[in-house]
Design a protein around this ligand. Structure first.
Ligand SMILES: *[C@@H]1O[C@H](CO)[C@@H](O)[C@H](O)[C@H]1NC(C)=O
Ligand SMILES: *[C@@H]1O[C@H](CO)[C@@H](O)[C@H](O)[C@H]1NC(C)=O
Ligand SMILES: *[C@@H]1O[C@H](CO)[C@@H](O)[C@H](O)[C@H]1NC(C)=O
Ligand SMILES: *[C@@H]1O[C@H](CO)[C@@H](O)[C@H](O)[C@H]1NC(C)=O
Ligand SMILES: *[C@@H]1O[C@H](CO)[C@@H](O)[C@H](O)[C@H]1NC(C)=O
Ligand SMILES: *[C@@H]1O[C@H](CO)[C@@H](O)[C@H](O)[C@H]1NC(C)=O
Length: 332
C-alpha cells in the first residue's frame, strides 16, 4: 500500500474492542496496534514475531491467534493477527485488514518464515461461513470527510452496487504483479494517445492514487500540460487545461474502463489537507518512481476503485470490474 494521510477506508472489527482498520488488497497481513488490542480468554500468543514493510510505512510485533468478528455475522474463531508494538505511517488508523493473496505473507513471520498466513477471507471460506472464496468491494467518489459509503461483500458480489455485468480477467503471470491482485492493462488518453502499453500492475485499495511507471507518467504530463507541484507532490493543471482534459481509458482483458476528467482530479474540498491551495487543480495520477518494464508498472489505487466495483476471486484466480451508477459522477 502507498497511502496518503487522508481518506482512509475503514471497517470496524471487534477483537473484542472495535478497531478501525485500513482495507488493503495490496497486502495480506491483518494487524492491530498493541495499544488498541485487548487480551481476552480467546487471545493466544504464538512464538512468532511478525513484520511487514509497505510502500509507505511498516509495522512489527507479535503474532496472536484470536477470534475476529467482522461485525456482520462473520466470525473467524482462529485468525492470525499481528499485534504491533511498533508501527510507522498509520496515524489515523488502528491497523490493517490485509485481503491480498496469502502468498504475500510468506516471510513475514519469524521463526516460521516459510508459513503463509490465511487471510480473513480464506478462513471464512475454509470454515464454510462463505460459499465462494472471494470479496466484492464498492466505493463511491467521496467529497465529504469521514463519509461511510463503501461496502465489503464477503463470499458474493452485491449486484445492487453495480449497474453492468462484472468482467473478469485472470491474475497476470508477470512477476512480481503475479503475487498480488495483478492484472494486464494498457492505458490511453482520449481516443488514441498511448500512455502505457500493455503491461502488468496491481489493483490496490490501500494505495490512494493511481500510480504509473515514470515514462508513462511523462506521457500523461505531456498530453495534459501538467506541472509538478512542490507543495503536494502531485501534478497540477490550470483551469484552462482542466477544461481540455480528456478521459483516460484503462483496457483490461479487452474491456475499456473510462476515467473521466472529474475522476482524474483530487477532490478540491481536500486540497488543503494535502498541503495544496484550495483553488488549484491537482491530478490523482502520480509516479510509481520506476521506469516501465519492472513487472509492476501501475497501481490502480482508490482513485480508480471509487469509480468501479471490483471483485477479488481467489477460487478462480481472477479480478473482476464493473461500472456503477457513480462511474461517471461529476462530483469534484
Ligand atoms: C471467556 O470469557 C467470557 C466473557 O467473560 C465467558 O463468557 C466465557 O465463558 C469464557 N470462556 C472460557 C473458555 O473461559
Ligand atoms: C461472533 O462473536 C461474538 C463475540 O464473541 C459473539 O458475540 C457473536 O454472537 C458471534 N456471532 C456469530 C454469528 O457467531
Ligand atoms: C516489541 O516487542 C519485542 C518482543 O517482545 C521486543 O523485542 C521489542 O523491543 C518491542 N519493541 C518496542 C518498540 O516496544
Ligand atoms: C499478460 O501479459 C504477459 C506479458 O505480455 C503475457 O505473457 C500473459 O500471457 C498475459 N496474460 C496473463 C493472464 O498473464
Ligand atoms: C510531448 O510529446 C510530443 C510528441 O511526441 C513531443 O513533440 C513534445 O516534445 C513533448 N513535449 C514535452 C513537454 O515533453
Ligand atoms: C451506469 O450508470 C452510469 C451513470 O448513471 C451510466 O452512465 C451508465 O450508462 C450505466 N450503465 C449501465 C450498463 O446501465
Amino acid at each position: 500500500m502507498h497511502a496518503l494521510p487522508i481518506l482512509s477506508y475503514l471497517l470496524s472489527l471487534i477483537i473484542p474492542r472495535l478497531v478501525e482498520l485500513l482495507i488493503d488488497t495490496g497486502s495480506s497481513n491483518t494487524w492491530v496496534k498493541a495499544e488498541r488490542y485487548v487480551h481476552t480468554n480467546t487471545s493466544r500468543q504464538t512464538i512468532n514475531r511478525v513484520s511487514v514493510t509497505y510502500g509507505s510505512g511498516s509495522f512489527s510485533g507479535i503474532e496472536f491467534i484470536d477470534l475476529v468478528d467482522l461485525g456482520t455475522g462473520l466470525n473467524i474463531s482462529q485468525q492470525s493477527i499481528g499485534v504491533a508494538n511498533k508501527s510507522s505511517g498509520f496515524r489515523d488508523i488502528d491497523g490493517i485488514l490485509g485481503i491480498g493473496p496469502a502468498g504475500l505473507t510468506v516471510g513475514t513471520l519469524r521463526p516460521n518464515a516459510l508459513r503463509s498466513i490465511p487471510t480473513v477471507t480464506d478462513n471464512l471460506f475454509a470454515a464454510g461461513t462463505i460459499s465462494q472464496n472471494l470479496i466484492g468491494i464498492s466505493y463511491n467518489p467521496t467529497i465529504v470527510e469521514d463519509a461511510v459509503n463503501g461496502e465489503l461483500s464477503w463470499g458474493g458480489i452485491d449486484s445492487s452496487k453495480l449497474n453492468g455485468s462484472v468482467s473478469f480477467t485472470p491474475i497476470t503471470s508477470t512477476f512480481p504483479a503475479s503475487r498480488y491482485w495483478g492484472v494486464n492493462q494498457s492505458i490511453r488518453y482520449g481516443s488514441s494517445t498511448p500512455i502505457l502499453s500493455a503491461t502488468a500492475g496491481i489493483v490496490d485499495t490501500g494505495t490512494t492514487l493511481i500510480l504509473l511507471a515514470s515514462d508513462a507518467l511523462d506521457n500523461y504530463r505531456n498530453v495534459t500540460g501538467a506541472v509538478y507541484d512542490d507543495k503536494t507532490g502531485l501534478l497540477r493543471i490550470t483551469p484552462a487545461q482542466f477544461a481540455n482534459l480528456q478521459s483516460l481509458f484503462f483496457t483490461i482483458n479487452g474491456v475499456s474502463y473510462e476515467l473521466t476528467p472529474n475522476a482524474q482530479i483530487w477532490p478540491r474540498v481536500f486540497n488543503t489537507e494535502i498541503g495544496g491551495t484550495q483553488s488549484d487543480i491537482y491530478l490523482i495520477v502520480s509516479d510509481i518512481d520506476s521506469p516501465s518494464g519492472t513487472g509492476l508498472d501501475f497501481i490502480n489505487g482508490y482513485a480508480f476503485l471509487q469509480r468501479y466495483y471490483t471483485v477479488y476471486d481467489t477460487t478462480n484466480s481472477r479480478v473482476g470490474f464493473a461500472t456503477t451508477p457513480h462511474t461517471f459522477a461529476t462530483s469534484n
